[in-house]
Design a protein around this ligand. Structure first.
Ligand code: PLP
Length: 285
C-alpha cells in the first residue's frame, strides 16, 4: 500500500512518525474517514467541513486548504487503485521534540497522514444478516462532537461486545442511548417513527446520519430527533446503526433480546436501499 505522510506518497513500511508526536503521546489529533465508492469520494465536502470544525475546536492548524486535501485524497485513491472502501485521514499537533503538555509554538508543523482501506460497502455480509449488540456505559469524554483519535473507550466497548457474543456495543448514558461505539444509533419506535438522538456535544455529528435524515424527509418517512432509552431500543420494532463505512447495518438483537424477529426490518431495508442508490448516483462516472 502507498500511504501519504507530510507531503509524500510513500510505501507504508517507509512511513515513520516520531515517538514525540503529540498524536501518539496525548491523542492530540483529529481524524476523518470518508467512504470511497466507484473509485470516488462520497460526501467528502461534509467530512472536510467537520474536519475543519474539529480542528477549530482544538485550535489545531489545518495543514492545507480543504480543496488541496481533497486533491491529495484523490491522488492516494488513484495510487492504490481503490474502488470500494475508505480513506482515513489524521492530523496531529505534530512533534514538539519532547513530552510536554503545553502546546508547541506555531513553528511546529502538524503531522498529516492518510491511508486507504479496501472493504465492501455495498455487499457487506453484515448489511444483510444484521448484527448483535450489547449495551455498555458511555465512559467517553464530554466533547464527542470533536472527532479525536482518543478512542480507547470505544475499543473497550467493542472488546466487551466480542467477549459477550456480540458484534458491537451501544453506549448508554443516564439510561439514554448516545450512539454506538463507532456509528450513530437509530430505532423505529412502537408507533413506526424513525428516531435518532439530536445533535449535541454528547454524540459525533455523523455525516451519514445527516444524509439519512435528509433522505428520510424526501421520502416522507416519519421521523423524530429525540433521545431514546435503552429500554425503548430493546422494545423497538427496528434498530440500526449508521456510519461512512457501514452505511446502514441492521441490529437483530440487543443484550440477547431479539429485535424485529431476528431479521432486518422494512424501514431499515428501505432506508439502506435509498442511501445506496443515492451513493451510486453520486459516484457514477
Ligand atoms: N459516532 C461515532 C462515535 C463514530 O465513530 C462514527 C464514525 O466513525 C459515527 C458516529 C458515524 O459518523 P459518520 O457517519 O460521519 O461516519
Amino acid at each position: 500500500r502507498t500511504v501519504y505522510l507530510n507531503g509524500e506518497f510513500i510505501a507504508e513500511q517507509d512511513a515513520k512518525v516520531s515517538v514525540f508526536d503529540r498524536g501518539f503521546l496525548f491523542a492530540d489529533a483529529v481524524y476523518e474517514v470518508s467512504a470511497v465508492l466507484n473509485g470516488r469520494l462520497l460526501d467528502n465536502a461534509a467530512h472536510l467541513a467537520r474536519l475543519s470544525r474539529s480542528c477549530q475546536a482544538l485550535n489545531l492548524r489545518l495543514p492545507c486548504q480543504p480543496e488541496d486535501i481533497e486533491a491529495l485524497q484523490n491522488r492516494l485513491i488513484a495510487e492504490n487503485s481503490l474502488q470500494e472502501g475508505a480513506i482515513y485521514l489524521q492530523i496531529s499537533r505534530g512533534n514538539s521534540g519532547d513530552r510536554d503538555f503545553d502546546f508547541p509554538g506555531e513553528s511546529v508543523e502538524p503531522t498529516f497522514l492518510m491511508f486507504t482501506q479496501a472493504r465492501p460497502l455495498i455487499d457487506h455480509p453484515k448489511s444483510k444478516t444484521g448484527i448483535r449488540m450489547v449495551s455498555v456505559e458511555d465512559i467517553r469524554w464530554q466533547r464527542r462532537d470533536i472527532k479525536t483519535v482518543g478512542l480507547l473507550a470505544p475499543c473497550l466497548a467493542k472488546e466487551y461486545a466480542h467477549r459477550h457474543d456480540a458484534d458491537d456495543a451501544l453506549l448508554v448514558e443516564n439510561g439514554l442511548i448516545t450512539e454506538a461505539s463507532s456509528s450513530n444509533a437509530w430505532i423505529v419506535d412502537a408507533e413506526g417513527t424513525l428516531v435518532t438522538r439530536p445533535l449535541s456535544t454528547h454524540i459525533l455529528h455523523g455525516i451519514t446520519r445527516q444524509a439519512l435524515l435528509a433522505l428520510a424527509k424526501q421520502h416522507d418517512i416519519r421521523l423524530e430527533e429525540r433521545p431514546f432509552t435503552l429500554e425503548e431500543a430493546m422494545n423497538a420494532r427496528e434498530v440500526f446503526i449508521s456510519s461512512a463505512t457501514t452505511f446502514i447495518w441492521p441490529v437483530i438483537s440487543l443484550n440477547g433480546k431479539v429485535i424485529g424477529g431476528g431479521v432486518p426490518g422494512p424501514v431499515t431495508g428501505k432506508l439502506r436501499e435509498i442511501y445506496v442508490a443515492e451513493a451510486m448516483r453520486a459516484t457514477a462516472g
